[in-house]
Design a binder for this molecule. Structure first.
Ligand code: ATP
Ligand code: MG
Length: 419
């Protein structure tokens, strides 16, 4: 083939776009209802934004970033995730000058050099929210509830399970890290090369390794939940109480560590068993050090990223209905040059009245034009031939009932409006 889209990318074609618009509208509506304001950031950032925040021993930074030198020699990276850019914009524009909380929502394309498979692409899309300025577990519950209610609104919640965990904070992580190293030391030689490197730098990342060998080796490893400090413990209990109060079912899953370094305390995922190996549709958590690590003031935060491709897969599997776009209101069929001109004049009037009307040439057979009207899902077909023209009339056909009647050209709008 002469030209192909790059590996791991997908075109969204016109006959599918209504599904995207449907979930986009639903997400925007929900976010607006809850006071999350839309924010848009650039597709690329300076590379160090991600190496500093996401963490340089994570999969994303170690081997998945699309980075390149700009003409002035500075390294840029196509955004692999949404939180760091929003945090950067928050700081750069001093949005924290207003009183808290700060609640943002976005839809973005993300770029990661991964092995493409079902539910895993190199360019993919996310809905995301970030909630800065509150250390209260109410914020975590609010963010989790937003995702849960979004799935429910789309009719996609049935197959999804909410799993939560706590990954602790800088106070309690050290103890867990040492226990983890002690556990992994006798298994060190069998670890993959990447994880060998992580052993010293960041052993928690080994728990998140996608290699089946490492996955097997970490079975039975010490769990963060057993090492939480009092503050993290009481926050985790508060989160569970908040979720209960909201009526949200969840399961504690000590295996959720999340693939980004900036997470603290709350980590959560919405997982589906029905869409294949890439079952995590939404993942998020708290990141109380992120803003400070980026050079800002002390500023807690919590958010999530929700994969749109996986969401659409889930909706398809769950049989969640997405209404197809409405068809045209009217299609104008004509025979002959004079009829075409009368048709054009009528077309303009219908459109000025806000109707979705279409007409195209060259004039085909009656059958051809009726087929075209059908394909457009036209509610009415307006036919203009020589006979109609002679009487300044049209033949108006109701495409549902099949009923057909002659209407004066000036009366077409009225006749359509009357229906
Ligand atoms: P995974 O464990 O599946 O690699 P992740 O932990 O890397 O996911 P996040 O960085 O938390 O994912 O991104 C949030 C969401 O974005 C994921 O839950 C998923 O729905 C989606 N997502 C992540 N990577 C991809 C990808 N390569 N292709 C499609 N969707 C993705
Ligand atoms: Mg990943």
């Amino acid at each position: 083939m002469a030209q192909q889209a790059p590996k791991g990318t997908k075109d969204v074609l016109p006959d599918n776009i209504y599904k995207w618009k449907f979930v986009e509208d639903a997400f925007r509506t929900l976010c607006a209802q809850r006071g999350f304001s839309e924010i848009r950031t650039p597709v690329f950032e300076y590379t160090q934004l991600f190496s500093r925040s996401v963490g340089d021993s994570t999969d994303i930074v170690e081997k998945q970033m699309y980075s390149f030198d700009d003409y002035d020699g500075r390294s840029l990276t196509l955004r692999p995730e949404g939180t760091a850019p929003v945090a950067r914009a928050f700081l750069e524009h001093k949005l924290y000058a207003a009183p808290p909380p700060y609640k943002y929502a976005y839809e973005i394309a993300c770029y990661r050099h991964e092995r493409p498979q079902k539910g895993r692409q190199r360019e993919f899309h996310q809905f995301g929210v970030e909630y800065f300025g509150s250390a209260d577990m109410l914020a975590d519950a609010e963010v989790i509830a937003l995702a849960a209610d979004f799935f429910t609104a789309l009719g996609a919640a049935g197959d999804l399970a909410l799993r939560i965990n706590s990954v602790g904070c800088s106070v309690c992580r050290g103890g867990h890290r040492e226990a983890l190293r002690a556990f992994l030391l006798p298994r060190y030689d069998a670890l993959c090369d990447t994880c060998k490197g992580r052993f010293d730098k960041n052993p928690l990342r080994i728990l998140d390794c996608k290699s089946p060998v490492c996955g097997e080796l970490v079975r039975g490893a010490p769990q963060m939940l057993d090492y939480l400090c009092d503050d993290c413990k009481s926050d985790f209990e508060a989160l569970k109480r908040n979720l209960d109060a909201l009526g949200l079912a969840f399961a504690v899953d000590a295996g959720i560590v999340r693939g980004l370094d900036y997470y603290t305390k709350t980590a959560f995922e919405f997982v589906s068993a029905g869409i294949g190996a890439q079952g995590t549709v939404c993942g998020g958590g708290r990141y109380d050090r992120l803003i400070e690590d980026l050079g800002g003031p002390p500023m807690p935060g919590v958010g999530f990223g929700l994969g749109i491709e996986r969401l659409l897969l889930l909706m398809e599997t769950a049989g969640a209905a997405i209404p197809p776009p409405p068809g045209a209101d009217a299609y104008i069929a004509f025979w002959g040059e004079a009829a075409k001109l009368a048709g054009l004049a009528l077309l303009r009037r219908l459109r000025a009245a806000g109707l979705r009307a279409e007409m195209d040439g060259p004039a085909q057979s009656l059958k051809g034009q009726m087929k075209r009207a059908d394909r457009l899902g036209a509610r009415y077909t307006i036919m203009i031939g020589e006979d109609e023209l002679a009487e300044n009339a049209v033949l108006l056909k109701d495409m549902i009932s099949g009923e057909q009647r002659r209407v004066a050209q000036d009366g077409v709008l009225g006749a359509l409006a009357a229906r």
